[in-house]
Design a protein around this ligand. Structure first.
Ligand code: TYM
Length: 340
């Protein structure tokens, strides 16, 4: 249920850990742009503090943060309309994060499937930060009292946890302070799958570069990856239900729909009966036409790093203006003495 007593405000973030993928684009950035253009207040972050929950080379982290900023802007986020900044420049995230660590229960964290997926059998060797990260993510959202959080499917559990944390904070301190933020997961691109295995999420950390399309791939690379994408031998049917057991085919139709702004049902009607030999070149043309101008613009923006840093600094100032009074209220609610 949407919480109506709080002003609508959108927050979302992406880790600057390199290799921004088509999954990040369709599941997140493209939808960030739509929400910005719908006229809602929008705050979009490069969550560098999340990125260091696994090892990041410091020089790469800086480059990837700026490259993600360039991607945001190249995809249509406008620093005059949306607040764009990197998380570490607004310390209120970390400060609220600590307080929420003390609200969040270990049992809740133990249910987080993403930690289990990422840590696998090596949980003992993972950082404490990786384990605690969903509570920092809750702080990212709640420090702005954000009401709407556009994310891909894989982040749904974390936004639901944020709702639990907000409710427990309100309950423990007998306040109606934090909203119940709503995960916004809509459209065809909220779960883009690997091009090599339609049952696995497209991921920047997959060892095979052929499994994903990177936002910086050139036209030939995009076309090659689509040509080599795993498929089956059947022609395309005329409805999505018949793709239920054909994950790779379903994924390519979803990608086409995400890029063209159509529904998968409309796409499948258009391409019914086609073999992949016909459909893949159509998809490659669409992907190249859509993504190449973005990659070109990213390269152009990366030529002027000082302008990117200026945008991030300005965004951080504007973000801090919203976050700091909320943090001060949280300190009062929790019982911290504030005397300077
Ligand atoms: P991250 O950096 O892993 O991914 C960024 C966004 O991209 C989406 N996404 C996908 N969507 C569709 N198909 C895919 N294959 C795919 N892969 C990634 C993710 O769902 C996400 O929306 N914890 C978050 C970042 C974060 C955040 C926040 C998000 C930190 N604080 C506060 C929202 C609000 C993360 O690691 O996303």
């Amino acid at each position: 249920m949407t919480d109506t007593s709080f002003t609508p405000r959108v927050f979302s973030g992406i880790q600057p850990s390199g290799n921004l993928t088509l999954g990040n684009y369709l599941g997140a950035v493209k939808r960030f742009v739509d929400m910005q253009n719908a006229g809602i207040e929008t705050i979009y972050c490069m969550v560098d503090m999340h990125a260091i929950t696994v090892w990041q080379d410091p020089a790469d982290l800086k480059r990837n943060t700026r490259e993600l900023a360039a991607a945001y802007i190249a995809c249509g986020l406008d620093p005059a309309k949306s607040i764009l900044f990197n998380q570490s420049q607004v310390p209120a995230h970390a400060e609220l994060g600590w307080i929420l660590n003390c609200v969040t229960r270990l049992g809740w964290m133990n249910r987080m499937t993403q930690f289990k997926d990422k840590a696998g059998k090596n949980a003992e060797k993972m950082s404490l930060g990786l384990y605690a990260y969903p509570s920092l993510m809750a702080a990212d959202i709640l420090i702005y009292k954000a009401t709407h959080v556009p994310v891909g499917e894989d982040q749904k559990q974390h936004v639901e946890l944020t709702r639990d944390i907000a409710a427990k904070f309100n309950h423990d301190f007998k306040v109606d302070f934090f909203p119940q933020p709503e995960p916004i997961i809509d459209g065809a691109g909220t779960r883009v799958m690997s091009l090599r295995d339609g049952t696995k999420k497209m991921s920047k950390s997959d060892p095979s570069d052929l499994s994903r399309i990177n936002m910086t791939d050139d036209a030939d690379t995009i076309a090659k990856k689509i040509r080599k994408a795993k498929t089956d031998a059947e022609p395309l049917p005329d409805n999505m239900d018949d793709l239920a057991d054909r994950p790779e085919a379903r994924n390519l139709i979803n990608i086409y729909a995400g890029l063209s702004g159509q529904t998968p049902a409309d796409v499948i009607k258009e391409v019914a009966g086609q073999q992949f030999g016909q459909f893949k070149p159509l998809l490659a043309d669409l992907a190249v036409a859509h993504l190449s101008p973005i990659a070109d613009e990213m390269r152009r923006l990366m030529d002027d790093v000082s302008e990117i840093d200026r945008i991030l600094g300005d965004g951080a100032n504007r973000a801090a203006e919203i976050a700091e009074p909320i943090l001060a209220e949280v300190f009062d609610i929790v019982g911290f003495v504030r005397s300077r």
